[in-house]
Design a protein around this ligand. Structure first.
Ligand code: UT7
Length: 322
């Protein structure tokens, strides 16, 4: 049986740091509120001449180097992003060009904060079916570009960055299961009101911003992530106690804590980056994974549960033997 294995991880953050103190000067907020309600201390944001593709390229190169693969080994590229550089070509095609890779399939996946989990799910299916052997999967976002910097309900939450993994076919597991879900009925709780086919003028005038009914999103997120934990374990017949690391989407420390409690997992076994990254949407899970791989916390053969929840609503999980 063929599985897909993670053989390398990488990430890339923009240099510019935006602290809670910086935000106090922009909107009516304060460091204490942001820390207590979200767990965020600071986040990174792209500079004027920087964009999603720059972050994606940095993360992709780091992951390929960690995996020890050459550009000629990559036969599939998927980029998860909500903030692409262009309407087209896709960010994946732009990345392919930057990496001087030619001919393999390259496409974007748009599932907002769950985008990386979706991309891994698609790549895993393609690798197991034999359609690909070595896939480069990137979650990359410049969320700061679609934030209303006068809305304290959203501007304190988001950050920019990119994370990546290289997945390769293997006889050894590998990814054990991926669970992907969506329910479009929740559109009104979390959305950007304009798009290129409806109000292109609003995009041009910079008015296409994230709108969120945070408290309602919070409640659905906690409930839904609790359910996906049960579903993922039931699918594989594994127990909560088998999980070595939870690598959650980094939206809010209180949501992360609720999922850890559901798993009876001590917080030392949860990878938390929300304090320094904020919510980087599709980039948050692969960046958290990379941080914990590089600082030596995550070791080979450990069982990792990655999960995410976001606009759509979309949600999903990946259970992987590292
Ligand atoms: O990644 C995609 C999915 N997104 C999420 O999972 C985000 C989910 N939601 C959340 O993380 C939380 O709901 C928030 C962090 C957005 C908000 O926390 P909350 O505990 O749900 O606060 P709230 O919206 O109920 O607001 C409580 C109070 C309100 O004031 P009043 O009405 O009680 O006087 C807000 O106006 O906090 C106020 N508030 C703020 N105060 C200072 C809202 N934003 C701020 C702010 N600074 N930035």
């Amino acid at each position: 049986m063929t599985y897909s294995r993670i053989i390398g991880t990488g990430s890339h953050l923009p240099e510019k740091v935006l602290t809670n103190a910086d935000l106090e000067r922009i909107v009516d907020t304060n460091d204490q509120w942001i820390r207590e309600r979200t767990g965020i201390h600071e986040r990174r944001v792209v500079g004027e001449n920087e964009s999603t593709i720059d972050l994606a390229e940095g993360a992709a190169r780091n992951a390929m180097s960690a995996a020890g693969v050459d550009k000629s080994d990559i036969d599939l590229i998927i980029v998860a992003t909500t903030t692409p550089d262009r309407v087209f070509p896709s960010t994946a095609c732009l990345l392919q060009q930057r990496l001087d890779i030619h001919g393999c399939p390259a496409f974007d996946v748009q599932a907002v904060c769950t985008g990386f989990i979706y991309a891994v799910g698609v790549a895993d299916s393609m690798i197991r079916s034999g359609a690909a052997n070595t896939a480069l999967i990137v979650g990359a976002e410049a969320m700061s570009r679609i934030i209303d910097w006068s809305d304290r309900g959203t501007c304190v939450l988001f950050g920019d960055g990119a994370g990546a993994v290289v997945l390769q076919a293997s006889e050894e597991p590998g990814i054990l299961t991926t669970r992907l879900h969506a329910d479009g009925a929740y559109e009104e709780l979390l959305y950007v009101p304009y798009g290129v086919s409806t109000n292109p003028d609003k995009i041009r005038d910079g008015e296409a911003y994230v709108q969120m009914r945070g408290n309602e999103v919070f409640r659905v997120a906690v409930k839904t992530l609790g359910r996906i934990v049960d579903e993922t374990l039931a699918e594989t017949g594994l127990e909560k106690s088998d999980i070595d690391w939870l690598i959650p989407h980094q939206a809010n420390i209180r949501i992360i804590n609720a999922t850890a409690r559901k798993l009876d997992l001590p917080l030392e076994r949860v990878v938390v980056t929300v304090d320094t990254h904020g919510n980087t949407s599709a980039a948050s899970v692969p960046m958290a994974l990379d941080v914990a791989v590089r600082d030596g916390r995550i070791r080979q053969d450990e069982l990792l549960l990655m999960e995410a929840f976001g606009g759509g609503f979309t949600w999903g999980s990946v259970l992987v033997r590292y």
